[in-house]
Design a protein around this ligand. Structure first.
Ligand SMILES: NC(=O)c1ccc[n+]([C@@H]2O[C@H](COP(=O)([O-])OP(=O)(O)OC[C@H]3O[C@@H](n4cnc5c(N)ncnc54)[C@H](O)[C@@H]3O)[C@@H](O)[C@H]2O)c1
Length: 368
């Protein structure tokens, strides 16, 4: 069968990752076009990655009949609109996390793709990260007995682009940006069972001058079988990206450090080009990674999505996954606003962005 032809929306951080990841597994897919509004960016990106088509308006790209699937790597506030337009144009959609900003948007995205008969694929790469997949395989084999606690942490020194810090564009802070990974991870690891409640402690510890968003977040999720997920996020950890899991059962446990655990403990007084995402220095002791995208699972994720388009596999991460995560994100902000556990289902209506439930607890109270 022919390769799935992909158009990327966006041309910066995550777009680079997706283009490189697709190139790493070329048997099933290829990137044929990119769209980005800033003058010259799409063309430069296309040159850099050897891509034939480039557009300044993604809507023009959507009219290209050669494109079968788009990958959305634009800011969060645009995910819903782009998805709905792409579905109307008959394109399958891979949407980066978080799925969107509001729960109404999540519903509309899922409906639009279902009506158009296209796939809505939610890009949660932790479901494909080799170390984390191995941990889940062992857990599913029974290696740890009954798993009662799963922890996931993602922490770094803060986002690279201004829009993440502007809650009107992002919808929230470290919890929205990084916590969506941990929530999805715990849910997936424990077999996608229902969430019973969410509790979250949020604060702005370091960046209050720059943002009204949370830069520290601790979230506890209670699942239907009584197991607990614990998600820790920060925008205040210098030294490079920190992505870890811990899994505990009555018969054993496992720990994984995705990046540092696969890195080269290195000392250099001179420094070198690149150690790991968000590391500000390569002098002194550092942990340079290799196969960074592979360790996260990005190439494996895109290959899975391409195979789903060809009907060879069934999506393990879709619009419903993104909606579960969005509901938990909303509950976490509401919990921080009210200082109490939020029980599920939690479907607040008319909330412009999740962080409002923290900043205006009366909105959270009204939604209970
Ligand atoms: N899965 C992951 O681990 C991961 C990692 C990084 C980012 N992301 C997600 O990917 C998305 C993009 O993040 P990023 O880090 O690449 O941000 P970025 O700021 O580096 O890039 C955003 C891109 O979107 C483009 N853009 C802005 N408005 C647009 C429009 N109207 N049409 C088309 N393109 C437009 C910008 O020009 C830019 O190229 C976010 O939703 C983010 O949460 C996911």
């Amino acid at each position: 069968m022919s390769k799935v032809r992909i158009g990327i929306v966006g041309s910066r951080f995550q777009a680079d990752c997706i283009a490189a990841s697709v190139k790493a597994m070329p048997e099933e897919m290829e990137v044929v076009a990119v769209a980005s509004p800033t003058k010259g960016n799409a063309e430069a990106f296309a040159r850099r990655h050897g891509i034939g088509g480039f557009y300044s308006d993604y809507r023009e790209m959507l009219r290209d009949p050669a494109i079968e699937m788009i990958s959305i790597t634009a800011p969060n506030r645009l995910h819903a609109r782009i998805t709905i337009e792409a579905a109307a144009a008959g394109k399958h959609v891979v949407c980066e996390k978080p799925l969107c900003v509001t729960l109404e948007e999540a519903d509309a995205m899922i409906d639009a793709c279902a009506k158009a008969g296209v796939l809505l694929l939610y890009a949660e790469e932790l479901f494909f990260a080799p170390k984390y997949v191995k941990a889940k395989q062992m857990a599913d084999e029974g290696a740890f007995g009954r798993v009662h606690l799963v922890k996931q942490g993602e922490k770094h020194s803060g986002p690279h682009s201004d829009w993440f810090w502007d809650v009107e564009q992002s919808g929230g802070g470290a919890l929205m940006d990084l916590g969506c990974h941990g929530i999805a991870f715990c849910w997936w690891f424990l077999g996608k069972q229902k969430i019973k409640s969410v509790y979250s402690q949020l604060s702005t510890q370091v960046n209050a001058r720059r943002t009204s968003a949370d830069d520290e977040a601790i979230t506890i999720i209670e699942f239907e079988n009584g197991a607990i997920g614990m998600v820790e996020n920060s925008w205040n950890r210098p030294g490079g990206m920190d992505d870890t899991i811990e899994v505990f059962g009555d018969k054993g446990q496992t720990y994984a450090d995705m990046l540092m655990g696969n890195a080269l403990p290195t000392y250099s007084e001179i420094g070198f080009g690149y150690a790991v995402e968000k590391a500000s220095s390569t002098k002194g002791w550092t942990y340079p990674v290799f196969e960074e995208h592979w360790n996260y699972g990005f190439p494996q994720e895109m290959r899975h999505f391409a195979r789903c388009v060809r009907g060879k596999e069934k999506p393990i991460s879709d619009g419903e996954t993104g909606r579960v995560v969005m509901e938990a994100v909303h509950a976490a902000y509401a919990s921080a606003g009210l200082g109490k556990k939020i029980t599920f289902p939690f479907r607040p209506k008319g909330i412009a962005k999740p962080i409002d439930l923290w900043k205006k607890p009366e909105l959270a109270q009204a939604a209970l």
